[in-house]
Design a protein around this ligand. Structure first.
Ligand code: FHN
Length: 415
């Protein structure tokens, strides 16, 4: 009997094995960088929501088109910074809910080539630069388009409509045309859809969209915001309290309180807080998609660069305990986050406060070969009796963020 996973409401069946293969790079990647770049950075205000919520009127919001220069936008530089952080993929907002496309769309709608002083396609160099650095390419696309005249939640209220199939079909034709452009021109590895809450799967034509995306790229990965037709879950702004049921998931999170660049938001989480959150994702088998919001000119704010740099230091030191790992053991065995190597023969313990007492793992019946600190030569001494491992930390050099202890086991742990 071949196991099959049938996605909710989806006709396309795919064996679990085939899905595993398609999802493998994503599952192993652990860290991605989210980039919210758009005209909202000109005034440094909320992307799209600032006019939706009435903090600024629509006309003033859209005037930001005139200030979008992308004068310092250097995709090669972005890709290098992303690579150095330890991320394996990045996801760029090709179009947020405001409807402004960052590529040279031939559809009739706002875009950075025809409607801004930048006069540039932002997506094309981004895709090229990522590929040059061997990073996977993710494109964010908002289903919602609060500027498109045939989209029913148009902000100029007089244009709102209900139950008008003709206009709705005009809109879905337009958005399918944009998706054809993105896939045809850039053939990304992953799509990150957003804004599905305003309509049903049927209205969005999610099934047809999925089929279309698969025609361009049979290995395409789609996030779950497609009303049941996606591959992986996308919790937002908080580590799930328990391991999600879907083995494929990714937490997306801002460094401060904003997705896009906001001039008055300096409320950054510390590198320690963010790395600790990253570790929680790893320990539950998920990824972290850490967000940055470049200035309108394309430069990345210093606070964000500093955080990415610290990620780079920590990820390069702890590579073996990050990439390709599996979710760890239950916290009743070890009081903190853990992960397992793919063969189940190394257990990684993430220790975020160097204790002045031994580190304990209880109920461990896999036998112990050796215990060491990741990124440090020396082995650690330990005792192992009656399934209780007790590691002496005296010789462990603490990492300023999170120290990782590797326990090499005699037998593999299979969870
Ligand atoms: O409304 C958006 C928001 O601006 C941002 O893009 C986030 C990123 O996950 N997604 C939406 C809310 O879920």
């Amino acid at each position: 009997l071949i196991a099959t996973s049938v996605m909710a409401q989806q006709d396309v069946t795919e064996t679990d094995k085939a899905k595993e293969k398609r999802m493998q790079w994503f599952k192993d990647a652990k860290l991605g960088i989210f980039i919210h770049y758009g005209i909202y950075a000109v005034n440094g205000i909320d992307e799209s929501w600032s006019f939706f919520n009435g903090y600024i009127n629509y006309d003033d919001y859209i005037k930001q088109l005139d200030g979008f220069t992308a004068a310092k936008y250097d995709a090669g530089e972005w890709a290098k910074i992303i690579k150095a952080s330890g991320a394996k993929y990045a996801v760029l907002t090709t179009k947020h809910h405001d409807g402004v496309a960052l590529w040279d769309t031939k559809t009739e709608h706002f875009n950075t080539v025809d409607d801004t002083p930048a006069k540039r396609d932002i997506v094309e160099p981004f895709v090229k630069a990522l590929r040059k650095e061997k990073l996977k390419v993710g494109l964010y696309y908002s289903l919602i388009d609060w500027s498109y005249p045939d989209y029913p939640a148009h902000l100029r209220n007089e244009n709102r409509y209900q139950n008008d199939d003709e206009r709705w079909n005009k809109f879905t034709d337009f958005y399918f045309a944009q998706m054809n452009e993105l896939s045809g021109r850039f053939n990304p590895d992953l799509y990150w859809f957003d804004g599905d809450w305003e309509h049903s799967a049927e209205e969005w034509k999610s099934k047809e969209l999925r089929e279309l995306m698969l025609k361009y790229n049979k290995n395409i990965i789609l996030n779950s915001r497609l009303q049941g037709y996606g591959d992986y879950d996308t919790p937002e702004q908080g580590v799930p309290i328990k391991k999600p049921n879907n083995p494929y998931w990714e937490l997306c999170m801002t460094m401060n309180d904003s997705w896009g660049y906001q001039h008055n938001d300096h409320n950054y989480k510390s590198p320690y807080q963010l790395i600790r959150i990253f570790v929680d994702c790893i320990s539950m088998g998920g990824n972290l998609l850490l967000d940055i919001g470049p200035h309108a000119d394309g430069s990345i704010p210093q606070e964000q660069l500093d955080i990415l740099k610290e990620f780079g230091r920590w990820t390069s030191k702890h590579e073996e305990a990050i990439y390709g790992t599996l979710a760890g053991i239950d916290t009743k065995h070890f009081n903190g986050p853990t992960a397992l190597s793919k063969d189940g023969k190394t257990l990684y313990l993430y220790i975020d406060n160097q204790p002045n007492h031994p580190v304990l793992v209880n109920g461990l019946d896999a036998g112990v070969e050796k215990v060491r600190v990741v990124g440090q030569e020396k082995e650690l001494s330990y005792t192992y009796n009656n399934k209780l491992l007790s590691v002496n930390m005296d010789n462990a050099q603490a990492d300023p963020m999170v120290t990782v202890v590797a326990v090499e086991l005699k037998h593999s742990i299979k969870l």
